[in-house]
Write a protein that binds this ligand. Structure first.
Ligand SMILES: Cc1cc2nc3c(=O)[nH]c(=O)nc-3n(C[C@H](O)[C@H](O)[C@H](O)COP(=O)(O)OP(=O)(O)OC[C@H]3O[C@@H](n4cnc5c(N)ncnc54)[C@H](O)[C@@H]3O)c2cc1C
Length: 331
């Protein structure tokens, strides 16, 4: 992992070695499309109904929950797992507040190198004042990059891909040439701009993650967090593993109240993981987006070169989804 300042063509602040400082740790960049296709390929064909946008959701008493889709289809469902992302309409229906904009936005892009990308397998970070950027190879032909920048309000959505890309390049004008080359190698349609948001699930104040043993939330729909620790998608995957285990164990008992109890147990187990991460990601974001020149000088001169320790910083990634014992079968 290499950290640089944008000054002087990209002055090195520090290079971290995972082998020396955090043995057993690694950063693994995975293209979202590849992850989704890999997960989907494990399911029997036809299990997933793609392009099925939810229009409305309503309780139907003991029959279940009625989902109405935009194409007019209706699905009466015994269990709904609301994993519809940061702008979840299911979370809204369950009484959750809108996610809070934290004052930073991100550009992301995926550069393409048909003849092979030229970079070492390293994460590259460049820290400016109120703007930071990074890039990392994700495959032999693709390199992911991002820019985080401060902005008071998230502004209106930009739909023109050329404008998006040029706005991103404007933010890092004069920054190290390797970053700029990666950004220029990105097809215009592969740049997105996202307001960064989170929702802190204060105990006793946030609604429950499940309703009546019939609807339960997972991933960003439940716990949107800022990307400063790189844990949002990881937590969504962990949620899926824990929830599936809990529901499978409840199903095996055949007890009517088992599913509701399983959803509550899932919520308690996962809250203990996702609440501290949401808070920590928010605090880290506030620190690394500082614009104050004196603070940035201290960061570049002392904190990064001398104080940061990779092992403790990545400690939150050491997580095992505990195996739970299957509940005994009912007679
Ligand atoms: C700049 C940035 C960088 C990030 N970096 C990292 C990182 O390095 N590591 C990491 O782990 N996480 C990272 N994340 C976070 C990660 O992207 C999310 O946490 C993750 O995508 C959440 O997964 P999800 O399945 O809950 O939601 P999503 O990935 O948002 O998926 C939600 C799905 O629901 C669908 N949907 C939405 N509304 C409806 C509807 N009405 N009907 C039907 N379907 C609907 C959407 O089309 C989508 O397919 C980053 C996020 C940002 C913004």
């Amino acid at each position: 992992m290499r950290m640089r300042s944008p000054a002087a063509g990209g002055r090195d602040l520090r290079e971290f070695s995972f082998e020396e400082e955090a043995p057993g740790q690694e950063v693994r960049a995975v293209e979202r499309r590849v992850l989704l296709e890999t997960l989907a390929s494990k399911l029997p064909p036809g299990t997933i109904s793609f392009s099925s946008k939810l229009k409305s959701i309503a309780e139907q008493g003991p029959d279940g929950t009625l989902l109405e889709l935009e194409d007019g289809r209706q699905i009466l469902s015994k269990i709904v797992i609301g994993c519809d992302g940061v702008n979840s309409s299911i979370a809204r229906w369950m009484g959750f507040s809108e996610p809070r904009y934290v004052g930073h936005m991100a550009f992301r892009g995926l550069a393409e190198y048909a003849d092979g990308q030229p970079f070492e397998p390293k994460v590259n970070y460049i820290y400016g004042r109120g703007v930071r950027a990074g890039f990392v190879p994700v495959s032999p032909t693709k390199v992911y990059w991002f820019i985080c920048f401060n902005r008071q309000d998230s502004g209106s959505k930009i739909t023109d891909p050329a404008v998006l890309k040029s706005e991103a390049l404007d933010l890092v004008r004069g920054w190290p040439s390797d970053l700029l080359a990666v950004m220029r190698s990105t097809p215009e349609g592969a740049v997105v701009r996202t307001p960064l948001v989170d929702r802190w699930l204060w105990s006793g104040r946030a609604p429950s993650a499940s309703r009546g043993g019939r609807v339960v939330l997972a991933g960003d729909a439940w716990h949107p967090m800022t990307p400063n620790l790189g844990q949002g998608a990881c937590c969504a995957l962990e949620d899926a593993v824990v929830l599936a285990r809990r529901l499978a164990a409840a199903g095996a008992t055949g007890r009517a109240d088992g599913v509701e109890a399983a959803m509550r147990a899932y919520e308690a187990e996962r809250w203990a993981r996702v609440f501290p991460l949401t808070a920590r990601a928010g605090l880290v974001g506030a620190l690394v987006q500082w614009e104050n020149p004196a603070v940035c000088a201290a960061r570049d001169g002392v904190v990064i070169p001398r104080l940061v320790r990779l092992g403790p910083f990545l400690e939150h990634t050491n997580f095992e989804c505990d195996l739970i014992e299957p509940a005994p079968q009912s007679p």
